[in-house]
Structures are given as C-alpha cells and as structure tokens.
Design a protein around this ligand. Structure first.
Ligand code: DGT
Ligand code: CA
Ligand code: CA
Length: 574
C-alpha cells in the first residue's frame, strides 16, 4: 500500500505530541510539527518524490534525520522512533489526548505534576480540585475537564476481565451446544486478556443455515437486540455489556479469529507486512490476487507472511512482530507451570476457610506448596496477627504438614509496611518464618519520593522477601500509588527480593508494563492468588494472563520453581 503524505503527517504529529508529553527539547518537538506542516502543504506525494530520486532535504524544515525517517516510513510503513515512544509513554497517557480540551501541553502537565496516567486518574484529580492548582489551568478549566470526561466515559464503560469472563464463558457454553456450531471463541480484548474489556466479540463457525443467530438473540441474558442479520448480531446483555456475534464458515475461522482478536494495531501491522509481500489479509483469508492461500487457522496466516504464531496476549503491536520476525518471541508462562502460591489467608484473620481447607483447595488446583500469609497486627480491623498468634499458627502449620499429602504449607506473613518503612513485627518473629511478604495498606497518598523510600527501606530488611501488590491499585477504584518502580526493581535485584503479581481480580497488580520491566532487569515475579477462600485459587489464571501480557516466561516466575528449588531462593534467615 502506498504511503500517503497524510500517513507521514499523522506519524510526525503523534511523535511531536508524545515528545511533548515526555518533556523533550522544544526545538525537537517543533521540528516534527514543522515537518508535518511541510507535508500538509505539499502538492506531490512524498513517496513519488523519493521514487524519482528527489533529495528530501530540499523541502522546508526537512534535515538529514527527518529525511531518513520519511524514507523509513515510506519503505516500511513504520517509524522506529514512534514505536519506541509508544513503549516509553504509558499507553493510557495517549488516551488522555482524546479528552477534548486536553492537548499535549496540558497532558504533560497533569502527567508530570500530578502523575495522572489514565482518564480515571484525571477525573479524580479534577474532582479533588487538584487540577486547578496547576499553572495555566484554573477552576474553569477543571470544570471543563470534568464535563469532558463525563461525556467521554459515558461512551466507554469498561468491565473487569473476571466479570466479563463470567458472562462470556456461560454464553460460550450455550452457543457451543447449538446444532451445527463447530467452534466458539470469545475474541477481542477478552482473548488478549486485557485487564478490562469494552465489549465482547464472539466468533462462531457453523454450518450454513444453522440457528445460531436466532438462538443468540433469544439467549436468556439478552436485554436488548441492537442489530441482527444472517451472519452477525449485536446485543446488550442484562449486565450492560455489549456483545457482538459473528458467524463464519469453518474454513474462514482462522482469518476471522485473527481479525476479531485484534488488537487493531496488531492487525494493521500484519496487513502492512502482507501488502509488502503482494498479499492481502482480511477477515476471509489471505489472498494473492484472487487466490486464497491460507486462512483456516491463525497459524496458517502468520506462516504465509513468514511469522511464527503470536499468542493473543502479545498482539498489541508493542514489539511482538519484530520479535517474531527475529525468532525471539518469548515462550509465555502457562497456568500449569505454577507449582505453588505464596500469598493466602485463613479464618485466623480475614479469610473464610481453615488451614486444612486452604491446603486441600490449593492441592486440587495442582499446587504443591502454599504459603499462609496472614495480615499483621497493625491491621486490627481484620484481626491481624501479633507475635503470639502468629507463632501459634506456625505450630499448627508444622502439625498439619505432618498429616498433609501432596502439598506443603509454608509459614509466612503479609507483614504491614509502616509509614516509615519499618515492618510491623519484630525480627525475632519474622526470622522463624519460611517467607516474609510485605505490603502497604495505608498512607497511599505519600509523595513519590516518600512512598519509594518507604518501600526501599522495607526491602532492606533482612527477612523481607516478596513485595505484595506492588502498586496498590484497585481496578476502577483506587489509583496505583506513586512510586519509582524501576528503583524498586533494582532494589529487589540487589537484595534478592521478588515482586508479586497479585491475581485478585480487583488488583492484577503488577501491571503488565512493570512485569516486562522486572523481566528485563532480571527480577522474578511471583503470581499469587491472595486467596481469602478456597474458591480464590481459580483467579490464578487471570494473574497468568496478566503475566503473559507482560511477556513473562516460566523462568521469570518465582512460583514455577519446585519447593526444593524455591527454598534457597526465599531463605533469608542466615
Ligand atoms: P475493547 O472491546 O475496547 O476492550 O477492545 P477490542 O480489542 O475487543 O476492540 P473491539 O471490540 O472494538 O474490536 C474487536 C476486534 O476487531 C479488534 O481487536 C480488532 C478488530 N477490529 C475492530 N475494528 C477494526 C478496524 O477498524 N480495523 C482493524 N484492522 N481491525 C478492527
Ligand atoms: Ca471487544
Ligand atoms: Ca466489539
């Protein structure tokens, strides 16, 4: 596909916006704006100029560097700089640009001054009257932002993955039973395991004239039918979530699945590759001219464009295509790789089950070890344990371990990290445990430097092993607290500590980008259920989904280790 000037303009404007958000040199930002302006005035296509051998540096505002980028865009459809910026600036920040009235300058101000990274955080900052304090904003601007977000978010309500899975999976089961239906997959962001999904996209392959569309729109849970035709229908379920159904013939399944799984950015990128090879990819297959060369499976399409299969969780156009081409895709961690869980509660504090019940439930999920990590005394509201109660539980665990078969309980604690970074229990007690998990449960609003020092100080502690839910965020409810995660990760490496990826559906904390950061820095992540009941081990799959979105492999995950391998890693009491 030929690259048009409009494509180059769009890329340069986005680069300028992202650089501005990053606080880059104003001259550099201006250069991209000017270049975009040049092309918006140019009557000839840049691609033709290049083809005709015209030196692009002859154009106003285009130096050697920009000329190189233009040639790169024309030949690859991509700009490596933009790809890099997409990785550096938290992806949600660019979403802030979509709020009317919020240009890059203002986005930069809220991002840097208030650490606002998401629309939700922006809303809270405005509501809490923090926006007006920024230079150049004021009360009126704050009011306008609130209004704009209200309008924006009424259009984009999102559902937590675990919620969506409840509706999606029962609908999937229902559809799979309809005569003539061969395959049913919940595609879209759900299949990519995004932490929230906007709507459900369900793909079905069925024999011609099956009753699947009819059965879909009369499904019990359907509240409203938005549209319905021979191969597609859209409904709103009673829970409010929109669900789009698409029915295709079995031999189109792979191409349709690839298309509806997305992400859109990934789809566009692979279509570009196909175009460069003289091929065309769409929902129906991959074609050379009129000849269909593949499409029954997703693998067949990737193969036709010279790529290995890319797992859905990676399909965000965040570098997976380049890695696939280089044969360097990660072999992502799987649920079955988990050997244990290092964070769980019992009735002794705010859990619902006994030690024995928790042990048996973990075992029936295929786990070989489970650390019991109650809250410590500071959390009086949930009956956090004092030293004597903790030591009593240790005795119970020792006793129970002599009876249990096929699973071992580890003695642990989820010790509270106090405001000054001290731990809530004395060394003499912590030293008797198999594992010390530390977590923040108060003072979420400390400044970035104070919050970071608080955690770093806790990690220096001789018995500290694992930082639980490292950012404290609750999806849709509480923002991550403000910390310098890279410093925490470096500290973890230095002090042989680990970071938790908490699989609780409200948390999914660590965020995927931080998982990737920890992996790059060589720090292991522990995927824990934070179970408060025997049912909660089922949430581990969402933790694994998040880990996969964070590019983690089996060896990057602490609790894929056998108990024998694990012990020396978590053993701190020398
Ligand atoms: P969501 O629903 O906001 O959580 O995110 P998705 O990724 O499920 O997005 P959705 O439901 O709008 O579309 C489902 C998939 O369909 C998407 O991941 C890729 C594909 N798709 C939708 N619109 C386009 C498009 O304009 N171009 C391309 N290439 N693919 C699209
Ligand atoms: Ca969707
Ligand atoms: Ca959709």
């Amino acid at each position: 596909m030929p690259i048009h000037n409009a494509d180059i303009i769009a890329i340069f404007e986005e680069i300028a916006d992202l650089l501005e958000i990053q606080g880059a040199n104003p001259f550099r930002i201006r250069a991209y704006h000017n270049a975009a302006l040049t092309f918006s005035r140019l009557s000839e296509e840049a691609s033709l100029l290049v083809k005709n051998g015209v030196n692009l540096t002859k154009l106003p505002g285009i130096g050697e560097d920009l000329a190189g980028k233009i040639r790169e865009i024309i030949s690859t459809g991509h700009c490596a700089l933009l790809d890099r910026l997409h990785k550096e600036v938290p992806p949600a920040v660019t979403e802030l640009l979509k709020i009317p009235g919020l240009g890059p300058k203002r986005v930069k101000a809220v991002y840097h001054e208030l650490d606002v990274q998401t629309v939700e955080q922006l809303y809270r900052a405005a509501r809490d009257k923090r926006i007006r304090t920024l230079p150049g904003f004021g009360e009126k601007m704050e009011h306008n932002i609130l209004r704009a977000i209200e309008i924006h978010s009424s259009q984009t309500r999102r559902y937590k993955l675990v919620m969506a899975s409840q509706y999606a999976e029962s609908l999937q089961t229902y559809l799979a039973k309809i005569p003539g239906v061969a395959q049913v997959t919940v595609a879209g962001s759900f299949r990519r395991m995004r932490e929230t999904v906007g709507d459900l996209d369900i793909l079905v392959s069925a024999k011609p004239k099956s009753a699947v569309i009819h059965q879909f729109i009369i499904y019990d849970e359907v509240n409203k039918v938005l549209s319905s035709g021979p191969t597609r229908a859209s409904v709103i379920l009673k829970c409010g979530i929109q669900t789009d159904l698409r029915v295709v013939a079995p031999d189109e399944y792979g191409s349709a699945l690839l298309y509806f799984t997305g992400s859109k950015a990934h789809n566009i990128a692979i279509r570009r590759i196909a175009q460069k090879m003289g091929l065309k990819i769409n929902e129906y297959g991959i074609f050379r001219g009129k000849v269909r060369i593949a499409g029954i499976t997703e693998e067949s399409i990737y193969q036709a464009i010279g790529l290995p299969y890319i797992p859905p969780e990676l399909r965000e156009n965040h570098g997976e295509i380049e890695m696939a081409r280089a044969g360097k895709l990660p072999k992502l961690v799987e649920l079955d790789d988990l050997c244990g869980d290092l964070h769980a509660h019992t009735r002794a504090t705010d859990g619902h089950n006994t030690l024995r019940e928790m042990a048996n439930a973990a075992k029936s999920c295929g786990l070989k070890y489970l650390a019991i990590t109650e809250h410590s005394k500071k959390l009086a509201m949930v009956h956090g344990l004092d030293p004597s109660h903790l030591l009593k539980q240790c005795d119970e665990i020792d006793q129970l371990n002599t009876e249990l078969q096929g699973i071992v309980l580890l003695k642990g604690i989820e010790v509270d990290i106090l405001e000054n970074g001290d731990l809530d229990l004395p060394d003499a007690v912590l030293s008797q445990l198999d594992i010390v998990v530390g977590a923040i449960h108060s003072k979420f609003d400390l400044s970035r430097s104070k919050q970071t020092s608080r955690i770093l100080h806790a990690m220096e502690h001789p018995y500290f092993t694992l930082l639980a839910h490292p950012t404290g965020r609750l999806i849709g409810k509480r923002e991550p607290y403000d910390v310098d995660m890279l410093r925490i990760i470096h500290m973890a490496r230095e002090y042989q500590c680990f970071l938790e990826l908490n699989a609780h559906p409200d948390r999914l904390d660590l965020l995927d980008t931080y998982c990737q950061m920890a992996k790059d820095e060589g720090v292991l992540i522990c995927i824990n259920s934070d179970a408060h009941s025997t049912f909660d081990f089922a949430n581990l799959r969402f933790g694994v989904g998040q880990a996969r979105r964070g590019w983690l492999e089996k060896q990057n995950v602490l609790n894929t280790r056998s108990l024998t391998e694990l012990r020396p890693l978590i053993q701190k009491n020398q």
